[in-house]
Design a binder for this molecule. Structure first.
Ligand SMILES: *Cc1c(COP(=O)(O)O)cnc(C)c1O
Length: 393
């Protein structure tokens, strides 16, 4: 391989986005063109910026309605949402939790916060999410059901308590077979839907299949609150527990400060929720534009031999959070050349995360054979995907 695909990709993205040579195209920048200013200003004008205020309740209600989840609890970020969901799913110190190695580090960190150990699983090339079939075979090989009915890792002697599927770049995991696997082994499913707000699997929103699902509203996600996250659940009792645990476990009272367990100060401030309410009003429009952008990318990459564009898996509708191309063959040199060329031209493409099982703090954790994840590291490039790129021109 002598020539880089870089210049052709730069030219195509300039054409698709209708931007000039000197415009920087971030990976995913936020857009505030709705009621954001009005709602945030109202918080400031009235003084309700912090832990009390009507926007938090409204945001939770709007999120539950939009996703079809029974309940939504707004918190400070997606990582905190994962932490609390794992605790409430019964993850205890010494347990193992199955997580994909191909994910943002928060997925594994939240497990570590519970003094549990991530047990890394490989992904499959079509969805870039957990390979359920191979995970099933792996669990059959290393696992044994104990007298308490729980699944144990025979190699470490530890209980495996939960599985955290992650809907990579917005593309849904094969949830049907995963739910079946979870049921068979009595493993709680907690969906890391941080990237997939608005994505559907068989017509139903990601984040609403597991015992819990979590969302992130970080600055680069489809919807941003500046920072923020949410816990989704269909279970009223678990929702109440999540609310309690994320609000310092304070016992409701007009003036007394009473707390009945070690709680967390994870509640989303009202000013962030105000931003979230305004952003959520525009999510349908964002998704439509992002879909249009993905379609244009797909059209272009059809003409490029050696590279394919990742489209939504069968039975799903993806939010196309981050548009993704795959090199036909894993090659870090070719990959880095494209990254170099595009970034030098102001088009801020990115590689995938370093696989989590290779990070120093997780290198000794249990894992299955990771050949797809390793291969994907040398094949994946994310393209600028912000909503403004696809604005009507
Ligand atoms: C963004 C993200 C999170 C949560 O991020 P926060 O910054 O804590 O909101 C978790 N998992 C994945 C896969 C993510 O992309």
């Amino acid at each position: 391989m002598s020539e880089s695909w870089g210049p052709a990709i730069v030219e195509a993205i300039r054409r698709i986005s209708g931007t000039a040579e000197d415009t920087i195209l971030p990976l995913h920048e936020p857009e505030f063109a709705g009621n954001e200013w009005q709602y945030v200003k109202e918080c400031i004008d009235t003084g309700w910026v912090s832990s009390v205020g009507s926007y938090v309740n409204r945001f939770e209600k709007d999120l539950a309605e939009y996703t079809g989840s029974g309940y939504a609890i707004a918190v400070v970020n997606g990582t905190a949402a994962l932490h609390i969901s794992l605790l409430l799913a019964g993850v205890e110190a010494g347990d193992e939790v199955i997580v994909p190695s191909l994910s943002f580090v928060a997925t594994a960190n939240a497990v570590a916060y519970c003094q549990a150990t991530p047990h890394f699983a490989d992904v499959e090339p079509k969805t870039l999410g957990l390979d359920v079939e191979r995970l099933d075979a792996h669990l059959a090989e290393i696992g044994a059901v104990g007298s308490d009915g729980s699944l144990y890792n025979q190699r470490t002697g530890k209980r495996i308590r939960a599985i955290v599927p992650m809907h990579t770049f917005g593309h849904p995991v094969d949830m049907e077979s995963l739910l079946e696997l979870g049921e068979r082994y009595r493993l709680a499913i907690i969906e890391d839907a941080a990237e997939s707000l608005g994505s559907l699997y068989k017509g139903r929103a990601t984040g609403t299949f597991g015992l819990f699902g979590i969302l992130s509203f970080n600055g680069n996600k489809v919807l941003t609150c500046g920072g923020g996250g949410a816990i989704l659940t269909q279970d009223k009792e678990l929702a109440a527990k999540a609310k309690h645990l994320t609000t310092t476990a304070k016992v409701p009272h007009a003036w007394a400060f009473d707390h009945d367990q070690v709680g967390y100060n994870y509640r989303m401030p009202n000013i962030n929720a105000a931003l979230g309410c305004a952003q959520l009003e525009r999510v349908p429009l964002f998704l439509e534009r992002k879909r249009g952008l993905a379609f244009e990318y797909e059209q272009f990459f059809r003409t490029v031999p050696g590279i394919s564009f990742v489209t939504e898996p069968e039975y799903t509708r993806s939010n196309y959070w981050l548009n993704t191309i795959l090199l036909d063959r894993s090659d870090m040199v070719v990959r880095d050349r494209i990254l170099q060329d595009t970034n030098a031209a102001g088009i801020l493409t990115r590689p995938v995360w370093t696989p989590l099982h290779l990070l120093p703090m997780y290198a000794a954790c249990p894992s299955m054979d990771m050949y797809v994840t390793i291969e994907m590291q040398g094949r994946i490039i994310n393209l600028p995907s912000g909503t403004s790129l696809a604005r009507e021109k």
